[in-house]
Design a protein around this ligand. Structure first.
Ligand code: FAD
Length: 412
C-alpha cells in the first residue's frame, strides 16, 4: 500500500483550511469526509451568513479545562490574520455588530464553494462518504481503517469536530479514536444550546420574547449571568442569553441533573427604582384589576405568572401598598425557572470538552503522546462564545498545524 504523506480527517472548517495551507506548501494532501458534502456546519453557520471570526478574539471568549493552552494557541494570531487568510482565497471580510466578522457576500454557502474550488485547484484528494473507523500506528506510519478501505499515512490530522449537531456531521468518532490512541478525553457536553423546563407555565408563555438578565446560581453562589434576548418556547427557553449561559448550565446538569435559572425581566431597573416607578401609578381609589394595571409595564402573557409568584394579596390597584408592590417587583427581578435538561447535542452549536489540551503542543498542535498525530478545531477541549470565536479557533489551530507540517520533509 502506498504511504500518503498526510491524511486529514474531516472536511469541515479546520480540515479544509489546513488542507489548503499544507497543499500550498507543495505537499500532497488526502482529505477524508464521512458525509457526501463538505463543511455542512460552515454552510449552516451564522444563520446562513457565516460569522467567520471576531475582531477581538481574546482569551476570555474561549473555554477549556486548561485556559493557558488557549492563550498559547491564540498568541500571535489576530483577527487580521483571519482577514488575510480569507483574502488569500478571494473572500473579502466585513465587520458587523459586536466585532463579528462576515464574508462580504453574507453567504456561508459561497465560502464553502470557494474553499472547495481552492481544494480542487491544489489537487487535494478529497474522499467523500469515507468514515474513519479506527487508527493504529505501525512502525512510523498510521494505518487508517475507513469505510472505503485502508489507508497508510505518515502524518495524521484529526479535524473531526465535535458531537454537536449530528444532523450536520457532529460525531463522537474523532474523540473515540483519539482515546484509542492514548489521549485523555474531557467529557463532551452540549454548549450554545436551548434549555428544557418541566414548569407548566412555560408553555403558556410560548412565543414571548423579552430582553432579560439571566442568572445561574449553585448552592446560593452566582455561577454566571448573561443579558440578552430570551424566548419562551413549548419545551423551555431559548434566545441569545440562554445560548450564552447554556455552557455553565449543562455543566451543572451533568453534576446535579437539575438546576434553576433566575430571570430578571426588568434588567434596566434596580428594585428601588422600579418600586418608585410603580408607586407613581398606584391610585388608592382605583378599582383597576392589577393584571390590567401591570400591562402598562410588562408583557401581558407574563403577568399571571408574576402575580402568582409574588403571592400578592392585592386584586385591584386600591389594595396595593408599598409592601405588595415590593413583592411584585421582587418576582419581576427573580422569576425562577427550573431546568430539567438541555436540548442535547442535536440542538447544540458546539460541544465543550474534547481531547485534553495538556496532551497537545499549543504551538504545533501535535500530540504529545503520538508522534505525527495532530489535532485542529473543535475535537480539542476548547469551545468559544457566540460571535465567531469557534471559527477563529478552528482557523488558528489549522494554521498552526499547517505551519508545522509545512516544515516536515513531506514534499512530492
Ligand atoms: C448551526 C451552527 C451554526 C454555527 N455558526 C457559527 C458561527 O456563525 N460562527 C462560529 O464561529 N461558529 C459557528 N458554529 C460552530 C462552528 O461551525 C464549529 O465550531 C466549527 O465548524 C468547528 O470546526 P471543525 O473543523 O472542528 O469541525 P467541523 O466543521 O464540524 O468539521 C468536522 C468534519 O469532520 C467530519 N467527520 C467527523 N467524524 C468523521 C470521521 N470519523 N470520518 C470522516 N469524517 C468525519 C464531519 O462530517 C465534518 O464535516 C456553528 C455551528 C452550528 C452547528
Amino acid at each position: 500500500m502506498k504511504i500518503k504523506p498526510i491524511t486529514i480527517v474531516g472536511a469541515g472548517a479546520s480540515g479544509l483550511i489546513s488542507s489548503i495551507l499544507i497543499a500550498r506548501e507543495g505537499i500532497a494532501v488526502t482529505l477524508l469526509e464521512q458525509n457526501s458534502k463538505a463543511a455542512k456546519k460552515i454552510t449552516a453557520s451564522g444563520n446562513g451568513r457565516c460569522n467567520i471570526g471576531n475582531t477581538h478574539p481574546t482569551v476570555e471568549h474561549f473555554h477549556s479545562d486548561n485556559i493557558s493552552f488557549i492563550d498559547s494557541v491564540l498568541d500571535g494570531y489576530s483577527s487580521r490574520d483571519i482577514v488575510d487568510l480569507f483574502s488569500s482565497l478571494g473572500i473579502e471580510i466585513i465587520e458587523g455588530s459586536d466585532g463579528k466578522l462576515f464574508p462580504m457576500s453574507l453567504q456561508a454557502s459561497s465560502v464553502v464553494e470557494i474553499l472547495l474550488y481552492e481544494v480542487s485547484t491544489l489537487d487535494i484528494e478529497i474522499v467523500y462518504d469515507s468514515t474513519l473507523l479506527s487508527v493504529s500506528k505501525q512502525g512510523g506510519e498510521f494505518l487508517l481503517d475507513t469505510t472505503q478501505g485502508d489507508i497508510s499515512t505518515k502524518v495524521l490530522l484529526l479535524a473531526t469536530g465535535s458531537m454537536a449537531s449530528p444532523q450536520l456531521g457532529g460525531s463522537s468518532r474523532g474523540v473515540e479514536i483519539a482515546s484509542s490512541l492514548g489521549h485523555t478525553i474531557v467529557p463532551p457536553l452540549p454548549s450554545l444550546v436551548q434549555l428544557c423546563s418541566d414548569e407548566r407555565w412555560v408553555s403558556q408563555v410560548s412565543g414571548v420574547k423579552i430582553d432579560a438578565l439571566v442568572k445561574l446560581y449553585a448552592n446560593s453562589e452566582l455561577i454566571s449571568q448573561k443579558r440578552g434576548d430570551i424566548l419562551f418556547t413549548n419545551y423551555g427557553i431559548s434566545g441569545l442569553a440562554i445560548l450564552d449561559i447554556s455552557r455553565d448550565v449543562t455543566r451543572e446538569l451533568a453534576t446535579y441533573s437539575y438546576c434553576e435559572l433566575t430571570i430578571d425581566i426588568i434588567p434596566d431597573y434596580t428594585k428601588e427604582r422600579f418600586v418608585t416607578l410603580l408607586l407613581k401609578y398606584v391610585d388608592n381609589r382605583s378599582q383597576k384589576p392589577i393584571d390590567i394595571w401591570l400591562m402598562g409595564f410588562i408583557h401581558k402573557k407574563l403577568i399571571p405568572i408574576i402575580i402568582k409568584e409574588s403571592k400578592t394579596k392585592a386584586k385591584i390597584v386600591a389594595q396595593l401598598n408599598k409592601k405588595e408592590v415590593m413583592k411584585i417587583v421582587y418576582s419581576l427581578k427573580n422569576l425562577k425557572l427550573s431546568i430539567s435538561e438541555s436540548r442535547g447535542f442535536k440542538g447544540a452549536e458546539v460541544a465543550s470538552g474534547g481531547v485534553d489540551t495538556n496532551e497537545i503542543d499549543p504551538i504545533t498542535m501535535e500530540s504529545k503522546i503520538v508522534k505525527d498525530l495532530y489535532f485542529a478545531g473543535e475535537i480539542i477541549d476548547v469551545d468559544g462564545d457566540r460571535g465567531g470565536y469557534n471559527f477563529h479557533f478552528a482557523w488558528v489551530s489549522a494554521m498552526r498545524v499547517a505551519h508545522q507540517v509545512g516544515s516536515i520533509p513531506l514534499r512530492r
